[in-house]
Design a protein around this ligand. Structure first.
Ligand code: ATP
Ligand code: MG
Length: 240
């Protein structure tokens, strides 16, 4: 009989979870059993969806806000800590700019925000900016650019880590501009950078492009300023 049930589940595209777990259900009536079974399947689907979302986001290292200290982060009045922690600013198509020196927790926060967004059922894409630009150039060379751009557009949140760490050539800067411009007022962006706006010129090739990028990014952004010493140095094994 169990093979038959498994086969029906496959035909209904319900996967294996029902067959694998139905025996653990305790119920006093048919209705209660059915209720628990459906609840179990719904929970299972939710978990599968979240895991898929986390995998597709492409985080470098998985991090959450658990144990994260906000002591060295200046949060502007325009956004609350809760809106950051639960990534609800995405619903308003707003952006975060995480600015500060090395090792102060920018990538950690950007990742934790991304994980929170996945938990909200949002599509997230995490990239080191240089890698994103390389992929854009690669897609263009191979004639896949519009397909790649469409894929990026689908993400509710695009995280560009290490923004401005590596200078871009004209083509790279233009492609990155295209991505940012496309998302403007439609989808959210989180960037991490240690470069103040005044120095972006040296990175984005020409002045016009730089001001166009800054203008779009900054309009609906919250600027979080990180300070203090590098966590890496402070917690280094060598120091201890
Ligand atoms: N506020 C914090 N609370 C807990 N852990 C932190 C915090 N800030 C940083 N860390 C830890 O310190 C390490 C460095 O942080 P992270 O990589 O986020 O720095 P960063 O600001 O992105 O630096 P960089 O500019 O060099 O990329 C990570 O392992 C991170 O988990
Ligand atoms: Mg970083």
């Amino acid at each position: 009989m169990i093979e038959q049930i498994a086969s029906y589940c496959r035909q209904l595209k319900w996967g294996n979870s029902i067959v694998d777990n139905y025996q653990s259900i305790e119920a006093h009536s048919h209705e209660e059993f059915l209720l628990r079974l459906l609840e179990m399947e719904l929970l299972n689907r939710e978990l599968t969806r979240k895991n898929r979302c986390l995998k597709q986001a492409g985080f470098d290292v998985m991090k959450t806000f658990q144990g994260y200290s906000f002591d060295q982060v200046a949060i502007p009045a325009s956004i609350t800590l809760d809106e950051i922690k639960n990534a609800s600013f995405i619903e308003k198509k707003e952006n975060l700019i995480l600015y500060g020196p090395v090792g102060t927790g920018k990538t950690h926060m950007a990742t934790a925000v991304g994980v929170a967004a996945c938990n909200r059922g949002k599509k997230v894409k995490f990239y080191r900016t240089a890698a994103l630009v390389n992929e854009l150039i690669d897609a263009k060379t191979k004639g896949n650019l519009s397909k790649f751009l469409k894929q990026l557009e689908k993400a509710d949140l695009l995280i560009c880590d290490e923004w401005g760490y590596i200078p871009l050539d004209r083509q790279g800067a233009q492609l990155l501009f295209q991505v940012v411009a496309e998302r403007y007022e439609k989808k959210s962006v989180v960037i991490t950078t240690n470069l103040e706006f005044g120095k972006w010129n040296g990175i984005f090739f020409d002045e016009k492009l730089t001001s166009a990028i800054i203008d779009r990014l900054v309009h609906h952004s919250h600027l979080l300023i990180f300070s203090g010493k590098s966590y890496r140095l402070e917690h280094s094994k060598i120091r201890q």
